[in-house]
Ligand binder design. Structure first.
Ligand SMILES: [Zn+2]
Length: 272
Protein backbone atom coordinates (compact mmCIF):
# COMPACT_ATOMS: atom_id res chain seq x y z
CA UNK A 1 0.00 0.00 0.00
CA UNK A 2 1.13 3.54 -0.73
CA UNK A 3 -0.18 6.40 1.43
CA UNK A 4 0.40 9.32 -0.95
CA UNK A 5 0.66 12.86 0.40
CA UNK A 6 1.65 15.81 -1.80
CA UNK A 7 3.76 18.29 0.19
CA UNK A 8 6.77 15.98 0.04
CA UNK A 9 6.44 15.20 -3.68
CA UNK A 10 9.16 16.02 -6.19
CA UNK A 11 9.48 19.76 -6.83
CA UNK A 12 6.74 20.87 -4.42
CA UNK A 13 7.78 23.83 -2.24
CA UNK A 14 4.86 26.23 -1.95
CA UNK A 15 1.17 26.64 -1.11
CA UNK A 16 0.09 27.07 -4.74
CA UNK A 17 1.77 23.77 -5.65
CA UNK A 18 -0.60 21.77 -3.46
CA UNK A 19 -3.89 23.69 -3.34
CA UNK A 20 -6.47 22.02 -5.63
CA UNK A 21 -7.62 24.16 -8.53
CA UNK A 22 -4.53 26.29 -8.95
CA UNK A 23 -2.44 26.31 -12.12
CA UNK A 24 0.64 25.20 -10.18
CA UNK A 25 -1.30 22.31 -8.63
CA UNK A 26 -2.26 21.12 -12.13
CA UNK A 27 1.46 21.01 -12.93
CA UNK A 28 2.57 19.33 -9.72
CA UNK A 29 -0.08 16.64 -9.73
CA UNK A 30 1.77 15.24 -12.76
CA UNK A 31 5.03 15.13 -10.79
CA UNK A 32 3.19 13.67 -7.77
CA UNK A 33 1.73 10.95 -10.01
CA UNK A 34 5.28 10.38 -11.31
CA UNK A 35 6.56 9.75 -7.76
CA UNK A 36 3.70 7.29 -7.16
CA UNK A 37 4.29 5.45 -10.45
CA UNK A 38 8.03 5.23 -9.76
CA UNK A 39 7.18 3.67 -6.40
CA UNK A 40 4.65 1.22 -7.89
CA UNK A 41 7.25 0.14 -10.48
CA UNK A 42 9.78 -0.50 -7.73
CA UNK A 43 7.38 -2.41 -5.47
CA UNK A 44 6.32 -4.64 -8.39
CA UNK A 45 9.95 -5.24 -9.39
CA UNK A 46 10.57 -6.23 -5.77
CA UNK A 47 7.78 -8.80 -5.83
CA UNK A 48 4.56 -6.98 -4.87
CA UNK A 49 1.53 -8.68 -6.44
CA UNK A 50 -0.88 -5.81 -5.88
CA UNK A 51 -0.38 -2.16 -5.00
CA UNK A 52 -3.15 0.00 -3.54
CA UNK A 53 -2.54 3.74 -3.66
CA UNK A 54 -4.46 5.73 -1.04
CA UNK A 55 -4.71 9.44 -1.84
CA UNK A 56 -3.84 11.27 1.37
CA UNK A 57 -3.63 14.96 0.46
CA UNK A 58 -6.27 17.67 0.99
CA UNK A 59 -9.32 16.87 -1.18
CA UNK A 60 -7.71 13.46 -1.77
CA UNK A 61 -8.33 13.93 -5.49
CA UNK A 62 -4.92 14.87 -6.82
CA UNK A 63 -3.38 11.92 -8.62
CA UNK A 64 -4.08 11.40 -12.32
CA UNK A 65 -5.84 8.05 -12.63
CA UNK A 66 -5.42 8.20 -16.42
CA UNK A 67 -1.65 8.08 -15.95
CA UNK A 68 -1.55 5.53 -13.11
CA UNK A 69 0.82 2.56 -13.41
CA UNK A 70 -1.26 -0.37 -14.64
CA UNK A 71 -0.17 -2.60 -11.73
CA UNK A 72 -1.81 -0.31 -9.17
CA UNK A 73 -5.30 0.53 -8.06
CA UNK A 74 -6.19 3.86 -6.52
CA UNK A 75 -8.45 4.85 -3.65
CA UNK A 76 -9.44 8.43 -4.33
CA UNK A 77 -11.72 10.87 -2.51
CA UNK A 78 -12.44 12.00 1.03
CA UNK A 79 -14.31 10.84 4.13
CA UNK A 80 -12.47 7.61 4.87
CA UNK A 81 -12.53 6.39 8.49
CA UNK A 82 -8.75 5.81 8.58
CA UNK A 83 -8.07 8.82 6.39
CA UNK A 84 -4.46 8.82 5.08
CA UNK A 85 -4.15 5.16 6.06
CA UNK A 86 -7.47 3.79 4.82
CA UNK A 87 -6.87 0.16 3.87
CA UNK A 88 -4.11 -0.49 6.42
CA UNK A 89 -6.52 -2.83 8.26
CA UNK A 90 -6.90 -5.05 5.19
CA UNK A 91 -4.45 -7.68 3.96
CA UNK A 92 -1.43 -5.37 3.53
CA UNK A 93 2.18 -6.56 3.69
CA UNK A 94 3.87 -3.19 3.78
CA UNK A 95 3.19 0.53 3.51
CA UNK A 96 5.07 3.33 1.78
CA UNK A 97 4.61 6.86 3.15
CA UNK A 98 5.18 8.79 -0.08
CA UNK A 99 5.39 12.57 -0.41
CA UNK A 100 5.37 13.02 3.37
CA UNK A 101 6.59 16.10 5.27
CA UNK A 102 7.71 17.06 8.78
CA UNK A 103 5.25 17.91 11.55
CA UNK A 104 3.75 21.21 12.70
CA UNK A 105 6.32 23.33 14.51
CA UNK A 106 9.32 21.54 12.98
CA UNK A 107 11.62 22.76 10.22
CA UNK A 108 10.81 21.29 6.80
CA UNK A 109 9.17 22.12 3.47
CA UNK A 110 5.46 22.85 4.05
CA UNK A 111 5.72 21.39 7.57
CA UNK A 112 2.33 20.89 9.25
CA UNK A 113 0.22 18.22 10.88
CA UNK A 114 -3.20 17.75 9.29
CA UNK A 115 -4.23 21.45 9.31
CA UNK A 116 -1.99 23.62 7.10
CA UNK A 117 -1.70 26.08 10.00
CA UNK A 118 -3.50 26.65 13.35
CA UNK A 119 -1.90 23.53 14.88
CA UNK A 120 1.55 24.34 16.31
CA UNK A 121 2.41 20.87 17.56
CA UNK A 122 1.15 17.31 18.09
CA UNK A 123 2.54 14.81 20.60
CA UNK A 124 2.04 11.05 20.53
CA UNK A 125 2.73 9.48 23.93
CA UNK A 126 4.84 12.52 24.82
CA UNK A 127 6.89 12.54 21.60
CA UNK A 128 6.56 15.38 19.08
CA UNK A 129 4.76 13.72 16.17
CA UNK A 130 4.52 14.21 12.43
CA UNK A 131 1.82 12.58 10.29
CA UNK A 132 4.48 9.98 9.49
CA UNK A 133 4.96 9.09 13.17
CA UNK A 134 1.20 8.92 13.79
CA UNK A 135 0.59 6.78 10.70
CA UNK A 136 3.54 4.48 11.41
CA UNK A 137 2.09 3.83 14.88
CA UNK A 138 -1.24 2.99 13.24
CA UNK A 139 0.47 0.61 10.80
CA UNK A 140 2.25 -1.08 13.72
CA UNK A 141 -1.12 -1.80 15.33
CA UNK A 142 -1.93 -3.98 12.30
CA UNK A 143 1.57 -5.50 12.10
CA UNK A 144 2.32 -3.69 8.84
CA UNK A 145 5.94 -2.56 8.34
CA UNK A 146 6.78 0.87 6.92
CA UNK A 147 8.90 -0.02 3.88
CA UNK A 148 9.86 3.39 2.51
CA UNK A 149 9.36 7.08 3.29
CA UNK A 150 9.87 9.83 0.68
CA UNK A 151 9.88 13.61 1.11
CA UNK A 152 12.46 16.28 1.83
CA UNK A 153 15.71 15.51 3.67
CA UNK A 154 14.22 16.49 7.07
CA UNK A 155 11.27 14.15 6.51
CA UNK A 156 13.79 11.36 5.98
CA UNK A 157 15.55 12.29 9.25
CA UNK A 158 12.18 12.24 11.01
CA UNK A 159 11.39 8.81 9.52
CA UNK A 160 14.67 7.43 10.87
CA UNK A 161 13.37 8.21 14.39
CA UNK A 162 9.95 6.50 14.08
CA UNK A 163 10.61 3.77 11.45
CA UNK A 164 14.34 3.03 11.69
CA UNK A 165 14.17 0.01 9.39
CA UNK A 166 12.36 1.88 6.58
CA UNK A 167 14.26 3.02 3.49
CA UNK A 168 14.13 6.74 2.75
CA UNK A 169 14.41 8.85 -0.40
CA UNK A 170 14.95 12.62 -0.17
CA UNK A 171 13.59 14.15 -3.38
CA UNK A 172 14.56 17.66 -2.21
CA UNK A 173 16.74 19.40 0.35
CA UNK A 174 14.94 21.84 2.65
CA UNK A 175 16.17 25.44 2.60
CA UNK A 176 13.09 26.96 4.29
CA UNK A 177 9.43 26.05 4.82
CA UNK A 178 8.85 27.38 1.29
CA UNK A 179 12.15 26.65 -0.48
CA UNK A 180 14.14 23.56 -1.40
CA UNK A 181 16.88 22.36 -3.69
CA UNK A 182 15.01 19.88 -5.91
CA UNK A 183 16.12 16.88 -7.93
CA UNK A 184 14.98 16.68 -11.56
CA UNK A 185 11.93 14.38 -11.73
CA UNK A 186 13.70 11.69 -13.77
CA UNK A 187 16.41 11.43 -11.09
CA UNK A 188 13.94 11.45 -8.18
CA UNK A 189 11.79 8.80 -9.88
CA UNK A 190 14.83 6.58 -10.41
CA UNK A 191 15.84 6.86 -6.73
CA UNK A 192 12.28 6.05 -5.60
CA UNK A 193 12.07 2.98 -7.89
CA UNK A 194 15.40 1.61 -6.70
CA UNK A 195 14.57 2.15 -3.03
CA UNK A 196 11.08 0.62 -3.38
CA UNK A 197 12.47 -2.48 -5.10
CA UNK A 198 15.02 -3.03 -2.33
CA UNK A 199 12.52 -2.21 0.44
CA UNK A 200 10.27 -5.09 -0.64
CA UNK A 201 12.78 -7.35 1.15
CA UNK A 202 11.22 -6.07 4.42
CA UNK A 203 7.61 -6.74 3.33
CA UNK A 204 5.51 -9.16 5.33
CA UNK A 205 2.81 -8.63 7.85
CA UNK A 206 3.60 -9.51 11.45
CA UNK A 207 1.58 -9.65 14.65
CA UNK A 208 -0.10 -6.34 15.38
CA UNK A 209 0.18 -4.84 18.84
CA UNK A 210 -2.87 -2.99 20.15
CA UNK A 211 -2.09 -0.66 23.03
CA UNK A 212 -3.46 2.54 24.57
CA UNK A 213 -2.11 5.86 23.28
CA UNK A 214 -2.28 9.52 24.28
CA UNK A 215 -2.33 12.41 21.82
CA UNK A 216 -1.89 16.07 22.73
CA UNK A 217 -2.53 18.91 20.27
CA UNK A 218 -1.43 22.55 20.61
CA UNK A 219 -3.13 25.32 18.63
CA UNK A 220 -2.09 28.90 17.83
CA UNK A 221 -5.17 30.41 19.51
CA UNK A 222 -7.13 29.68 22.69
CA UNK A 223 -10.59 29.41 21.12
CA UNK A 224 -9.45 26.48 18.94
CA UNK A 225 -8.42 24.51 22.03
CA UNK A 226 -11.73 25.46 23.69
CA UNK A 227 -13.64 24.22 20.61
CA UNK A 228 -11.70 20.93 20.48
CA UNK A 229 -12.23 20.33 24.22
CA UNK A 230 -15.99 20.04 23.61
CA UNK A 231 -15.34 16.64 21.95
CA UNK A 232 -16.02 13.83 24.47
CA UNK A 233 -12.80 12.41 26.06
CA UNK A 234 -10.83 15.53 24.98
CA UNK A 235 -9.58 17.70 27.88
CA UNK A 236 -8.25 21.23 27.93
CA UNK A 237 -4.78 20.91 29.50
CA UNK A 238 -3.41 24.38 28.75
CA UNK A 239 -4.67 27.65 27.30
CA UNK A 240 -3.97 26.40 23.75
CA UNK A 241 -3.51 22.68 24.35
CA UNK A 242 -5.81 19.66 24.51
CA UNK A 243 -5.12 16.00 25.22
CA UNK A 244 -6.96 12.72 25.09
CA UNK A 245 -6.38 9.03 25.78
CA UNK A 246 -7.58 6.21 23.54
CA UNK A 247 -7.62 2.41 23.93
CA UNK A 248 -5.84 1.89 20.60
CA UNK A 249 -4.05 3.84 17.87
CA UNK A 250 -7.05 3.31 15.61
CA UNK A 251 -9.32 5.00 18.15
CA UNK A 252 -6.70 7.70 18.79
CA UNK A 253 -6.53 8.58 15.09
CA UNK A 254 -10.31 8.69 14.79
CA UNK A 255 -10.47 11.08 17.77
CA UNK A 256 -7.59 13.14 16.30
CA UNK A 257 -9.52 13.46 13.05
CA UNK A 258 -12.56 14.77 14.95
CA UNK A 259 -10.40 17.23 16.92
CA UNK A 260 -8.87 18.64 13.73
CA UNK A 261 -12.25 18.94 12.02
CA UNK A 262 -13.85 20.73 14.97
CA UNK A 263 -10.87 23.10 15.35
CA UNK A 264 -10.79 23.83 11.61
CA UNK A 265 -14.48 24.75 11.81
CA UNK A 266 -13.71 27.29 14.54
CA UNK A 267 -11.01 29.15 12.55
CA UNK A 268 -12.11 32.67 11.61
CA UNK A 269 -10.80 34.76 8.71
CA UNK A 270 -7.83 37.02 9.45
CA UNK A 271 -7.58 36.39 13.22
CA UNK A 272 -7.55 32.60 12.83
ZN1 LIG B 1 0.26 15.77 5.03
Amino acid sequence: MISADMEGATGVTWTGDVIPGTEQWQRFRRLFTGDVNACVAGLVAGGAKEVMVNEAHSSQRNLLLEDLHTSARMLTGRHKPLSMMQGIDSDVDGVVLLGYHTGAGSPGVLAHTYLENSITGVWLDGVHASEGRLNAALAAEYGVPVLLVTGDDLTCEDAASYAPSAATVAVKECVSRYAAVCLPPAVAFSHITQAATAAMASAGRGEGVVSPHRIEVEFDATHLADAAAVVPTVELIGARRVGFDAVSMTEAMKAFKVVTHVAAGAVEDIYG
